[in-house]
Design a protein around this ligand. Structure first.
Ligand SMILES: Cc1cc2nc3c(=O)[nH]c(=O)nc-3n(C[C@H](O)[C@H](O)[C@H](O)COP(=O)(O)O)c2cc1C
Length: 179
């Protein structure tokens, strides 16, 4: 049994990537894993201020007192971490980048994790996600023992719920089952 957490970064609850998160977790739960979704829109997560408190504390926390510290502890305990984001201007959405920057406060403790990514966009084709994949690679290059296990890209979806008419819903479920 693995602990799986999914970071759902769309500002749209019930949006395309959020729906894929639920299907991924359904598959992972059926495969016998413990699952939890963290929906960033509902969390109080502020910008990294670059104050250096985390460097001084030995990467043991942040000077800011918001929801991030609790989420970082869940990431430290998890075996599998999934990032889900809409594609905005050819890369990850800003709310996910804000979240990723705040990982710095405890990043040395996030070790030996498996990572998956879920991305949705209006456009199709591999070029649409090249910069988003670069963002994730940038983060993982700092995390000891991080392993990129796979990703799901669903292009051709624009309005909230468009994803329901596509095969990507089943793909997300199947990917979750492979965890
Ligand atoms: C600010 C903004 C920027 C976007 N930029 C892109 C883009 O660069 N390429 C693209 O294919 N779709 C772009 N889209 C469309 C979304 O990626 C698409 O609607 C996606 O399905 C939204 O996922 P969600 O329902 O999970 O929020 C953009 C949408 C918004 C609101």
């Amino acid at each position: 049994m693995k602990k799986v957490i999914i970071i759902s970064a769309s500002p749209r609850k019930g949006g395309n990537s959020d729906i894929l998160c639920d299907k991924f977790l359904e598959g992972a739960a059926e495969a016998g894993h413990q699952t939890e979704k963290i929906f960033l829109r509902e969390k109080d997560i502020n910008y990294c201020m670059g104050c250096g408190y985390c460097n001084i504390s030995g990467f043991n926390g942040c000077a800011k007192n918001d929801d991030m510290d609790g989420i970082l502890d869940k990431m430290i305990e998890a075996d599998v971490i999934v990032f889900a984001t809409p594609i905005y201007f050819n890369t990850i959405a800003g709310q996910l980048k804000t979240f990723i920057d705040r990982i710095y406060a405890k990043y040395t403790k996030i070790v030996n994790k498996e990572f998956y990514y879920i991305m949705t966009a209006e456009e199709e084709g591999d070029k649409t996600i090249q910069y988003a994949l670069g963002e994730f690679k940038g983060l993982l290059s700092y995390l000891n023992g991080a392993e990129e296990k796979g990703y799901l890209f669903a292009g051709g979806v624009t309005q909230k719920g468009d994803i329901n008419d596509t095969e990507h819903v089943q793909r997300a479920y199947e990917l979750g089952k492979t965890v």
